[in-house]
Design a protein. Structure first.
Length: 441
């Protein structure tokens, strides 16, 4: 019989005394035991970062209990590690590690280092250097830093081999590499530009240009999505980065979408996935909810063109119930007979004024009784959620700020946004996990 999951220490709370520290350590051990035993009972491999490590999604997507215990364990383990690192060292270390993780990850991405290491054999540092066209002595230092981040292994001195993570980056149609590219080529310059944006606010009238991204691309008059639209390679990379985030477990995963709403209860429903990118969420919905009649994925024409030209691998399994449609959500919604209009990680890309416009374009096409589903992070006041969840949501909030002058929102913000934009015609129905449901009156 399942016992209740010991709650992680809440975000913003600290471990002030010996008893609480030891309780925290014991709770971590109990949670680790539950995950290990849960995997054993299902005959699944244990998590491992070694060369033959388990898949990145080592817990089955729909095993809500184990997923929750894993999240809680990570939250507590990070708090314990931070506490023992100590006041004096924590910030120094976090900054040093982050900055130089960026140094080596950008080199890994730019020179596509995983491709230069054979899949099942070790190779000398000298040979990798030659294959990448890089100087051996510096590449060796870079590789040794990557090894500390569990990317590659050094099975014998001077030789490098794949770890589970570097193998993963090589496989899976390289969507993991695309996420790295998105973070380092788009988010990083925008993050640096954000300070200048605050110091010298831009003179543009459009709110979407008041962000680090616009500064990073030379006080551009084009927003992030405008720039993307002009550069097909970046559009493709972004689509694949989104696919990676959805499929890699944790807060952003499809598992949370599937388990936070009774999708099967919708029956033979027609769903429109607005801003659905290359269809990664639609494919999983169709796979895990066989009752659904159809999902129509709408996105900008260039994204849909890419989705059709380079279908993600699982499309073939659900092709008879999946459709793509080029559509700009700043125009009126053309589909009027759907049961569900799904917006996953769409509104968080826009400041209120623009998000309201998108909502105003869908509401008139909704028939009475149809639903609008929002899937987003929900921000809670400090101290009301665990530190891991808070960190994920607040990191996404920073990402939105620097790329788009957009934001994550609290439950109250979401209800207000939908209510104001729909002129009161959408009734809030429920919020669970990261899924919010509004029904057309
Ligand atoms: C953050 S991504 C979310 C993708 C997907 N819904 C998910 O959950 O992974 C936002 C999506 O909105 C799309 N988008 C941006 N502007 C758009 C517009 N004007 N009309 C339609 N889609 C747009 C982007 O191309 C991108 O696929």
């Amino acid at each position: 019989m399942a016992v209740s999951i010991p709650q992680p220490i809440k975000n913003g709370h600290s471990c002030a005394d010996a008893v609480r520290l030891l309780e925290l350590a014991k709770s971590i051990a109990a949670k680790a035991q539950e995950v290990v035993e849960g995997l054993q009972q299902q005959g699944l491999p244990q998590p491992s970062l070694g060369p033959d490590g388990s898949s990145p999604d080592f817990i089955p997507v729909l095993d809500t209990r184990l997923q929750e215990v894993r999240r809680s364990l990570v939250s507590d383990a990070r708090l314990l590690a931070d506490t023992f690192t100590g006041t004096r060292k924590l910030i120094d270390e976090q900054l040093q590690f982050s900055v130089h993780t960026i140094t080596v990850m950008r080199i890994l991405y730019t020179f596509n280092i995983p491709k230069h290491v054979p899949l099942d054999a070790a190779i000398s540092f000298a040979d990798v250097a030659q294959s990448c066209g890089l100087e051996e002595s510096r590449l060796t230092r870079i590789l040794r830093y990557l090894i500390l981040n569990h990317i590659f292994e050094e099975p014998e001195p001077g030789k490098i081999a794949h770890s589970a993570i570097s193998k993963f980056l090589l496989s899976n149609d390289a969507v993991g590499m695309d996420f790295i590219g998105h973070m380092l080529e788009e988010a990083l310059p925008s993050a640096i530009g954000q300070t200048d944006c605050l110091k010298n606010p831009p003179l543009h009238s459009s709110p979407v240009l008041d962000c680090g991204f616009a500064v990073a691309v030379g006080h551009s008059k084009s927003s992030y999505f405008d720039v993307m639209a002009q550069e097909p390679e970046r559009t493709k990379r972004f689509g694949r980065a989104m696919t990676h985030m959805t499929s890699s477990g944790g807060h952003n995963s499809i598992e949370r979408v599937l388990t936070s709403y009774d999708w099967a209860g919708l029956g033979h429903a027609k769903v429109v996935d607005v801003g659905g990118s290359v269809g990664h969420v639609a494919v999983d919905l169709l796979k895990y909810v066989p009752a659904l009649k159809k999902v129509i994925v709408q996105d900008l024409p260039e994204v849909i063109e890419d989705a059709r030209a380079n279908p993600i691998p699982q499309v073939a399994d659900v092709a008879d119930r999946l459709e793509f449609q080029g559509y700009n959500f700043f125009d009126p919604q053309p589909i009027q007979d759907a049961d569900v209009y799904l917006f996953r990680h769409v509104f968080h890309d826009w400041p209120n004024q623009k998000a309201e416009e998108i909502i105003r374009n869908v509401v008139p096409s909704m028939r009475s009784g149809s639903i609008l589903i929002v899937v987003e992070y929900i921000l809670y006041p400090t101290g009301e959620d665990d530190s891991y969840s808070a960190k994920m949501a607040r990191t996404a909030d920073m990402q939105m700020m620097v790329l788009l002058n957009a934001k994550e929102r609290s439950l109250t913000d979401w209800k207000e946004l939908l209510d104001i934009a729909s002129g009161g015609s959408l009734a809030f129905e429920q919020a669970k996990g990261n899924v919010l449901v509004f029904r057309k009156k």
